[in-house]
Design a protein around this ligand. Structure first.
Ligand code: B3K
Ligand code: ZN
Length: 881
């Protein structure tokens, strides 16, 4: 039975705990069904707290076996232990005392993948956010920092490898084929960073010498036989370590750094101190099994978790409301890393696409919340695109506002001032105020206020006075629990673009502070007057996506075409073309809904041809330019009364019109981009493959025209080319002989490789059209599928519900019926997985009335089901509210 108390946690209720735990020693006696954990906690009453203050430790589903206070068995009336808490109502009078707590766990039956569990017979842990309380009773909150010593004992055959945080201290043999290891982590840390791994795994090792000359032993542990697939991750790790030294002056601080890949994991990876645990999807890669996107994700996630060592671990969060303090900041850091390792322009476009497709819908729907939320019922539901991606954008804006040099000074001060502490967003902002002397109080609203701001913009040119006028009005739409919004400080990068595409100078500006190409909007309305501008310029706005806002610009289409062809800022060029494509798709959608044939200006096809052929642009950039906005992006732009079938048709027709205009050019280019030589995952090679594969997609649009894709599938020498060709075959001609043959051959080849089978599930789950509902249902019975493995579930059911608009939103509701069943099934064992899946319906109110009604019924069916987890209940209730 579940005990959802419906309790809501509020930021304003934060207060420091009465007790501290300066040291923690844990002794694990591992066994699959009966693991014993003996915790010895040094407890210290905080100064000024009354001697009779009760000590209440958190638990979650725990069974207490023994409790000692200062080495003596606690009297039965001295405490109360329930699965959820251990209350010592009359703790010893002394300010310091010792608790010995013994609990018993069953890792093998822990399918929620929180706390101590087993993945492929490997013991592993996941404690963020509140998993440590599933291991022992503790003050399981991030502001309780403790120095840990961990002893692990296990069967030596079953678990030759015994790992925990910090540095290795001791190992030894025991009777009965058992052995043990002791680890000590000198850095005080919150319980959510605790980790343990024990099992039989393969290893690749390396050494890293830090800037100050200390040698660090690096290890990556994977399933035996998969060691070779971990070399790219190791390379990414070493590059991350060097980069953090060079860009942020941050050195690694322990003798060892270990990464373990496990196959059952609720998210991407976890930054436990000195012992990162990864979803194996983000460690394992080689040319035969991983796509270029996989390689890029591995690089980014390895870096992200490593960067947490300073932003998250050395400086952690005071409470979970401050989650963005570590997550937004660390995402900003990993974005910068990838930009430096790859192409900055390409990386920025990819980031903006992700932000718009994940964070914007969240911010514009029922689950909207500020980057720093003020309340939560289940903290695990706040590991969101808003906290991560918008949180990173907020840090980027600080960089934009203060400039690179002062930003770095602020970061240095942050590390200096707060090292070893549990900090807040206020602490973070304060360092930037201190180093710059600026007042960031209005800027701070980016943390506190939900919703995507909109800027309405009109321009006019006064030739007589050589003036260019720009009127900008900001508004922030209402979001749940926040109907009235305050005015924000929005840094809007811009340029006035002249006839030749270059930025033009002006002699003066009035109406707003404008510095280094950035307009600082602070008021509701700014009338900005640029003087010394004799010819009418074209306004290039929100360059580099300097602020996460939407724009409503009254702009002539020819200006947009002009920017798409000539803007000297490559990001803005992409943005201009993307806006043109989006506008064309929205117009086509409206015509289709009105029973008319859509029409597309031939200029769009021509412009696509220009991007494709422009060899001054990187191939990866050209690939992004040629990628049409996704169906969900178009839906968001339309806003209401969404008919996914009409969107799909609009998108298909635009793609065909672009292909028709460019058949010859695309064909030649496709042929010229053939792979030469050995595979390399580097950004430039990946970019060429990306462009070639986008072209293949266009070249396969005509009914029956899949011979190229068939050829590529047969000849492919790497997973990127193979999986793309397979997706084209499966999506263009579902159920056809070539599609069936390709799917079957792929399945034969990779049947024993779960991560590759995930691609096979994904490709089939995203086949457009009504029939996919039945196909996905059938695939849940495939031997390679398992409802208990999050990667499988996300590949099949997650892809179906969040990336297949036409099938999921089938008008008869069959997609929703299947979805309800799957979400409830997942919730039985793994609430976090179920809650994440359930967010697929967050934009249900923007659907046309028929689907909207069915989606609501589906949400109600979940809400009314018995015994829901807190996680899932929280999501459905907020979605319905
Ligand atoms: N900090 C973890 C996420 C933990 C999620 C808990 N539900 C991974 C990361 O962001 O680096
Ligand atoms: Zn993170």
């Amino acid at each position: 039975m579940r005990t959802d108390t419906g309790q809501i946690f509020r930021l304003e209720d934060y207060r420091p705990s009465d007790y501290l735990i300066p040291t923690t020693s844990l002794d694990f006696r591992l066994s699959p069904d009966r693991t014993r954990v003996i915790a010895e906690l040094a407890i210290e009453r905080r100064k000024g707290v009354a001697g009779d203050a009760p000590l209440v430790l958190d638990g979650d589903g725990l069974a207490l076996k023994r409790l000692e206070i200062d080495g003596r068995a606690a009297a039965a009336n001295a405490y109360e232990a329930t699965p959820e808490r251990l209350t010592i109502s009359k703790p010893p009078k002394a300010t310091r005392f010792r608790l010995t707590i013994e609990t018993e766990l069953g890792p093998a039956t822990n399918l929620a993948l929180m706390g101590l569990y087993r993945s492929n017979n490997v013991y592993c842990t996941q404690c963020e956010a509140e998993g440590f309380r599933r291991i022992t009773y503790f003050l399981d909150r991030p502001d309780i920092l403790s120095v840990y010593t961990v002893r692990i004992e296990a069967d030596a055959k079953e678990a030759p490898l015994l790992l925990s945080n910090g540095n290795p201290r001791e190992t030894g043999k025991l009777e009965g084929g058992r052995h043990y290891a002791v680890w000590h982590d000198p850095f005080p840390k919150p319980s959510y960073l605790f980790a343990l791994v024990a099992g039989d795994l393969g290893r690749i090792g390396d050494t890293f010498v830090t800037a100050s000359g200390r040698s660090v032993e690096l290890g990556i542990y994977v399933e035996h036989g998969k060691e070779a697939r971990a070399t790219y991750a190791m390379d990414a790790l070493k590059r991350s370590m060097r980069w953090d030294e060079e860009k942020f002056g941050r050195e690694y601080d322990l003798e060892v750094f270990n990464i373990v890949a496990v196959s059952d994991f609720n998210m991407g990876a976890m930054e436990n101190k000195g012992l990162n645990i990864f979803n194996d999807k983000y460690v394992l890669a080689d040319s035969d099994t991983a796509t270029d996107a996989d390689f890029a994700n591995i690089e980014a996630i390895i870096a992200h978790e490593y960067f947490h060592n300073w932003t998250g671990n050395r400086i952690t969060c005071r409470d979970w409301f401050q989650l963005c303090l570590k997550e937004g900041l660390t995402v900003y850091r990993d974005h910068e890393f990838s930009a430096d390792q790859r192409s900055r322009a390409v990386k920025r476009i990819a980031e903006v696409r992700t932000l718009k497709s994940h964070q914007f819908p969240e911010d514009q729907g029922p689950l909207a919340h500020p980057v720093r939320p003020r309340r939560y019922r289940e903290i695990n539901n706040f590991y969101t695109a808003t906290v991560y991606e918008k949180g990173a954008e907020v840090v980027r804006m600080i960089h934009t506002i203060l400039g690179a040099e002062i930003f770095r000074k602020g970061m240095d001060l942050y590390f200096e001032r707060h090292d070893g502490e549990a900090a807040t967003v206020e602490d973070f902002l304060k360092v930037f105020e201190d180093v710059s002397g600026s007042d960031l109080s209005q800027f701070a609203l980016w943390y506190h206020q939900a919703g995507t701001p909109n800027l309405a913009i009109t321009t006019s040119h006064d030739a007589k006075n050589s003036e260019f006028l720009v009127e900008i009005e900001q508004s922030v739409p209402p979001t749940p629990a926040e109907s009235r919004k305050r005015l924000m400080h929005i840094p809007l990068a811009f340029a006035l673009v002249g006839k030749n595409g270059g930025d033009i100078a002006y002699t003066g500006v009035e109406g707003a502070t404008v510095e280094n190409g950035v307009i600082h909007l602070r008021k509701r309305r700014h009338n900005i007057r640029f003087s010394g501008v004799p010819g009418r310029p074209v306004l290039s706005l929100n360059r580099g996506f300097s602020a996460p806002v939407t724009l409503s610009v009254e702009q002539r289409p020819e200006d947009q075409y002009f920017l798409a062809r000539h803007d000297s800022d490559t990001f803005s060029r992409w943005q201009a073309f993307n806006t043109l494509l989006t506008d064309a798709l929205v117009a086509a959608f409206r015509r289709i809904r009105g029973g008319k044939e859509p029409e597309f200006a031939s200029d769009i096809g021509d412009l696509a041809g220009v991007f494709a052929a422009d060899s001054t642009l990187e191939p990866a950039y050209r690939a992004l330019a040629l990628t049409l906005p996704g169906e969900a992006d178009i839906a968001r732009e339309i806003g209401a009364n969404i008919d996914p079938d009409a969107i799909f048709t609009a998108r298909e027709l635009l793609a065909r019109s672009i292909a028709d205009t460019n058949v010859g050019r695309f064909g030649e280019l496709y042929a010229s981009l053939r792979n030469e030589g050995a595979f390399s995952p580097d950004a430039a090679s990946a970019g060429r493959r990306a462009l070639r594969n986008v072209l293949l997609d266009y070249l396969s649009l005509k009914p029956g025209d899949v011979t190229l894709a068939e050829g590529q599938f047969a000849d492919a020498t790497n997973m990127t080319d193979r999986a793309t060709a397979l997706a084209i075959l499966a999506h263009r001609q579902p159920g056809s002989e070539p599609a069936k043959a390709a799917l079957a051959s792929f399945e034969r080849r990779y049947a024993s490789d779960p991560l590759v089978m995930d691609k096979w599930f994904q490709i089939q789950a995203s086949v457009p059209g009504a029939a996919t509902v039945e196909a996905v249902k059938a695939l849940t019975r495939h031997p390679a599928f398992s409802m208990n493995n999050p990667n499988r579930v996300r590949s099949l059911i997650g892809t179906f519900s969040s990336a297949n608009q036409t099938a999921f939103h089938r008008p008869d509701g069959a997609g929703y019926d299947f979805f309800v069943e799957a979400v409830l099934k997942a919730d039985g064992d793994n609430p976090q997985l179920a809650a994440r899946l359930a967010t697929a319906l967050r934009s249900w109110r923007s659907l046309e009335p028929g689907r909207q009604g069915k989606a609501r019924e589906a949400l109600l069916a979940i809400a009314n089901a018995k015994d829901l987890s807190t996680d899932l209940r929280d999501i459905v209730e907020r979605t319905l509210a």
